[in-house]
Design a protein around this ligand. Sequence first.
Ligand code: LLP
Length: 432
Amino acid sequence: MLLHPSFDVNAAGHLTVAGFDACELAEQFGTPAYFLDEDAVRAQCRLYREAFRESFGGSSLPAYAGKALCCKKIYSVIAEEGLAADCVSPGELHTAYKAGFPMEKVFFHGNNKTDEDLRYALDLGVGHIVVDGWDELCALEKIAAEKDARPRILLRITPGIDPHTHKKIVTGSVDSKFGVAVATGQAFGFVRDALGCSHLVLDGFHCHVGSQIFDTEPFEDACDIMLAFIAKVRADFGFEAKILNLGGGFGVRYVEDDPEVDIRGNIARLGAEIDRMCALYGVEKPAVVMEPGRSIVAAAGCTLYTCGTVKSIPGFRNYVSVDGGMPDNPRYALYQSRYTIVNASRASAPADFPCTVAGRCCESGDLLSEDAVLAEPKRGDIIAVLVTGAYNYSMASNYNRIPRPPLVLLSKRGAEIAVRRETYEDLTALDL
Ligand code: LLP
């Protein structure tokens, strides 16, 4: 096993992905291409569902955050596994709808939904709209009245937690484009006004502390703040929240020295904290929703590239250029994200060639890693970047008019294309 159960090395010395030989996959589907171990995705879904049943109980449910990886096939898998979904744009709603996803199990997010977006969500029968602020509350009340609809809503609340320092640094996270803050007192006014909307049915509250978080502490802090808030709202307005949505954010291991997150253990700790706080305040335990994205799909994915030019600059470094880069994975360029990169053609040979892995764009920042160590690559070798299941395909672009790679699902049924490779014709299809 290499980093995660989906990756291994076979007798030919090639990397395997979900048991498939990476070099054969590259041959069959071309490069660059994204591959996703569907069974590993399903296993994560089941892990979340079981942990929710054990620790949160009732009608609590994980909701897959489609921003991590969005296409029809993924929504079908998520629907089959019985999860709800978090959609953050009308495009994601549309994709879920086209996949036949049960729209009543969708939470519709976004800090700036247009009137058109809200109408579309109502037309599709979205289960909950997560209202981000007053303008949206008023717009939705008006649109619901026009349509004689009674949409269910959650209010997005900013609990004031900085997940990176694990401290409640109020000023830091109150200053956010998302939600309405508890610390300023505005969240109480937000609830009062939502309860005054005759066409909106308030079911509870949502918060999200951040992403790629390895500790449980920020989530426990969020539980404490949100349950204290729920208790005060009940005291002030007699409103009992039915749903507490804690957002997404559990971290994923990208490189050997990242820790492994114990999802079941984390959820058990949150369940215990919620029970403790509910008992403390004497409030009814709400149904708990969380919105994992990365931790459902990231570790099941990898991207295969073909090695092109290998350049050694004496006294400086080695550059290994691949046939993709920032258009299919902008995460190093954006966040200096670390990845495990493997020469899939020589996966059992010693990795002793330190290099910068570069993409093919006309941009010097188009890099995938500056500290890779590979078995020395030759032109034509297959290079694999592991753990690319989340925020790669969903963040891909056509920069330099490079067609987006296909997404191939790997399972016991075989290898199936979920999203086909873009063609040059696709690239000019919208040009008039
Ligand atoms: N729910 C809400 C309201 C969110 O804003 C997010 C992520 C999630 C759920 C899912 O969080 P996850 O479980 O995936 O951490 N592009 C960045 C990540 C941005 C995450 C934004 N919100 C990256 O590539 O790391």
